[in-house]
Design a protein. Structure first.
Ligand SMILES: C[S@@+](CC[C@H](N)C(=O)[O-])C[C@H]1O[C@@H](n2cnc3c(N)ncnc32)[C@H](O)[C@@H]1O
Length: 214
């Protein structure tokens, strides 16, 4: 029998049909504590979405950007799972979708575009720290000079907070995922020409907002 891991595209394909329901049932505790509050805080950072070009990285079934789509934003979604994208298309039939692995950088079809916002929820932890920084550098090139990158994910202000949450979640903690620890990223982000602002939304998750300072 073919083996799949939830970390590969086939694993996410299997989850796609059940994803929205499983999230609704698990927004308490690790890993999805405060999921809907986290999404709402991203929505509140997107000013006047109508007509804005918004790229959603790891769009999944479209739970994050569907609200912005309804307000008239032009939604572009990237994900490596065909089935996740199929679900997102049902919610956002006029969206533009790209099947691509974040680890391969920005697909050519997106490289010629310019985005007002690049958003992402619960996806960037699939990249390790070096992969994240490289990907953010590539995203900066397709971001409007006045635009923002908004990343919502399982994340912590510092290593003490991460260690505490890891202890509390015990056997559930996923060692294969790479959660942002903001104190470890701030210097690199500044060096890459980003101004950053981080807000912890729930015990396990926060929102990192990046804008260009050069
Ligand atoms: C936990 S889901 C989050 C989906 C959605 N953003 C949300 O907030 O509900 C993670 C998503 O990231 C996608 N993903 C994971 N690793 C990826 C990779 N290396 N490249 C592209 N997409 C990836 C998965 O297919 C999945 O749709």
């Amino acid at each position: 029998m073919e083996e799949t891991s939830v970390l590969d595209s086939k694993g996410f394909d299997k989850w796609a049909g059940e994803y929205d329901r499983s999230i609704a049932e698990s927004s308490k505790g690790y890993p999805f504590e405060g999921y809907y509050d986290v999404l709402s805080s991203v929505h509140s950072l997107v000013k006047e979405p109508e007509g804005k070009n918004i790229l959603d990285i790891g769009i999944g079934t479209g739970l994050l950007t569907n609200e912005l789509y309804k307000k008239g934003a032009n939604i572009f979604g990237l994900d490596f799972s065909e089935r996740m994208i199929a679900e997102a298309k049902i919610k956002m039939p006029d969206g533009s979708f790209y099947i691509s692995d974040m680890k391969d950088g920005i697909p050519d079809a997106l490289n010629s575009k310019c985005f007002d916002y690049i958003v992402s929820s619960y996806a960037i932890h699939h990249l390790d720290k070096e992969e994240k920084l490289k990907f953010l550098k590539d995203l900066k090139d397709i971001l409007d000079d006045e635009g923002s990158i908004i990343i919502a994910d399982i994340s912590f202000r510092n290593n003490e907070d991460l260690a505490e949450c890891k202890l509390e979640s015990e056997h559930k903690w996923d060692e294969e995922e790479h959660y942002m620890v903001i104190e470890d990223l701030t210097g690199d982000l500044l060096g890459m020409g980003f101004t950053s602002k981080y807000t912890q939304i729930s015990k396990y998750a926060g929102v990192l907002e990046l804008s260009k300072n050069s």
